[in-house]
Ligand binder design. Sequence first.
Ligand SMILES: Nc1ncnc2c1ncn2[C@@H]1O[C@H](COP(=O)(O)OP(=O)(O)OP(=O)(O)O)[C@@H](O)[C@H]1O
Ligand SMILES: [Mg+2]
Length: 590
Amino acid sequence: MSKTDDVGKAFDFRLFKRIFAHTKPYRGIFWLVALVAILSAAFAIGIPILVKNIINDSLESKDGQQLLTAVMWMLIFLLGQVITQLLFNYYANLLGEAVIRDIRIRLFEKMTSFKMTYFDNSSIGVLVTRAVADMQRIGEIFSQGFFMIVADVLKMISAAIIMIVINWKLALIVFAILPVILIATRLFQQAMKVAFIEVRAQVANLNSFVQERIAGMKIVQLFNREEIEKEKFRVINEKHQNAWLKTVWYNSIFFPVAEISNSIGIGLVVYFGVVQNIENVSLDNKGAIVAFFFLMDLLFRPLRQIADKFNTLQMGMVAANRVFKILDTDSHIADEGSLERKDVKGDIEFKDVRFSYVKDEEVLHGISFQVKAGETVAIVGATGAGKSTIINLLNRFYEIDSGHILVDGIDIKEYTLRSLRSHIAIVLQDVFLFADTIAHNISLRDESITTEQIEDAAKQIGVHEFISSLPGGYQYNVKERGTMLSSGQRQLIAFLRAYVSNPSILILDEATSSVDTYSEQLIQQATDKITEGRTSIIIAHRLATIKKADKIIVMDEGKIIEVGTHKELLKKGGYYNDLYTAQFMAEEVA
Ligand SMILES: Nc1ncnc2c1ncn2[C@@H]1O[C@H](COP(=O)(O)OP(=O)(O)OP(=O)(O)O)[C@@H](O)[C@H]1O
Ligand SMILES: [Mg+2]
């Protein structure tokens, strides 16, 4: 968070209009909130006037009936104030929540359309903050900022006018204190702004520190880092505490000072009104003095708080600005194709494909290969050779720099993204599972996939027994990222996920981590089954998979260096032969 983000600039009306444009679907609520804000101010202002009348007229005249009527009016006004405040609170919050719900949905929708490069370059923490904390701030524009400012300004202006009408000399005396309060408020505000920037920075530090340590707890414990991390955490906590205490300190100074100026005001009114007896206030107009006490409160209190509310408004706008920046970001894969295919055969061709994740750092240097429909092709090569990159390109997670990728002889750019991806299923190297049941992790909540279908598929690829053995079977909740399962088991779930979607093209990025023999067997069996009768590209680390492939593509440093069957490549005695000798010989002997 940069400093310029937070320090208020001149009020940005365009941004303000854009935020308020989101209230359009809620016009009725908007005007209701505006109305009750004004009414609540009116009731607040009415009370001092009633008090003055009660003291001056009703009490003086000793007319019981008149007094009763006056008290009734007082009650009505108090009740009016209570009801309008209640309505204001509820509907202002409702409006805020409705607006941020809409913006949040649009933001999420936008995020899901971004291409992978966007996420490669963004921090998860920051995006989460945009979707959650910043949204809350935007909501506060409505619940605590804008309308309250309007109501407060109304209150202050009317209080000032009524004071002048009742007794302009006393009013002027009261106004003389205003600069003191204004200056104190201004100083307080500036100090708080700086303090809050520090608080927020420390909160962000705390967040990311805790988040990272929890995610990496294994490393912390494994390397006995507990003490060191604790010490680091202590330091961050202390900074956070100090930052907070600073804001508490400013509050502790400001509010007594503000109270004192209120009391000084009361003192001045009493002195000049009663003692000096300006224009005979004291004798025949006691009510005016009491009314002034009330009116002063109506003038000073909002004045003290208005800066705070303006700050809330400003912070909401800063947050909105950040969120709108994401909404305005154009970083999706151009979905300009129009081809929708219900079925594809599954021919794949890469034609001299060049690609770089980061500009000028080419990762794939002219990749060309062909896979015929129904074939199984294994890609092998050293780590970092560019194997996973190839599959990132086939389903257009990234755009290639040059060359062509064809499915069924047609450039993949001509398909709609939805159509293209509907024919390709991928089991990634790191299986990602949602904190949900196994059944939902397989169907991805696609309603058209029934429980029977899932179980049937599981039986076919031979994992039904394993899933049934889990507590709750298919309803077993795997918790965040599937932590309740082993990596081999997660892989099997991912296989099933790919299998039920029944794709024409299957891509499998085998995990490099070794799994136990039993899982290994299950995975092998499942691999055989799901590759059956469809085009399969397997980034293979297992010898069994490689040997069964119709074709092996050997990659090194972003280039294809050999292509052939297991036997052909061994006979050739090149890179593959070396790889085989180094990695798999022992495995085969065993
Ligand atoms: N998202 C990314 N942004 C930038 N560079 C990346 C990204 N992903 C991979 N790379 C780089 O691209 C190159 C190829 O990576 P790739 O993941 O394709 O390797 P791989 O052959 O799958 O390796 P492994 O066998 O370890 O999975 C590597 O040099 C890697 O550093
Ligand atoms: Mg990889």
